[in-house]
Design a protein around this ligand. Sequence first.
Ligand SMILES: N[C@@H](CCC(=O)N[C@@H](CS)C(=O)NCC(=O)O)C(=O)O
Length: 211
Amino acid sequence: MKLYDGAWAPSPRRVRIYLAEKRIYVERVVIDLKQGEHLTPAFVGINPQRQLPALLLDDGTLLDDSLAICRYFEALQPDPPLFGTDPREIGLVEAWLRRIEHDCFQAVALAFRNRVPAFAGRALSGQWPRIEQIPDLVERGRSMWSAFIELFDAHLTRQSYVAGEAFTMADIAALVAIDFGIDTRLPDPRERHAALARWHAAVSSRPSAAA
Ligand SMILES: N[C@@H](CCC(=O)N[C@@H](CS)C(=O)NCC(=O)O)C(=O)O
């Protein structure tokens, strides 16, 4: 099996942190997104979605989504569990994964991809016809970011981690989305949100965060 990975991008980072937490080692092939290596015929032949990460299984099956890859490894190696341990926690992890993706990660992606000149004509990630940037969507992304940060900080005043008292995949997804926002120049939420700052320091200090 081979994991197609990318150095700086958020979705591959989600998988790297997950694998580090699970202590799972997989052969990696690093694809250079900044040089457009994911758009070359060689890589498009492997992943027609033109995205990272992607996991190629030994039987030729391709898993082309970060959470799907993590779910695959969770089924292979359940311990330590990162998608919840009982029906209630499994439901909470799933609800937060979806909320983080739709309300936080998409906020950052809107603000970033509609602003940066390198994404002209490629305002959406993946295999699409030409999609022009819409500058007004930068503001929408910023508003979504602020609203999510308020809600997330209030949530973290009541519990240690996103889905309760255990570190889960929801913490990995939230850390990656929030670091992506900070790295792409959205307002740093740690300055005015104490609960979020406490959670961010705790999850960032885990060795997996450096993966
Ligand atoms: N749903 C996918 C999204 C993957 C994705 O958007 N990957 C980005 C890097 S974070 C990418 O490969 N972008 C290539 C491009 O925008 O051209 C996942 O979570 O794996």
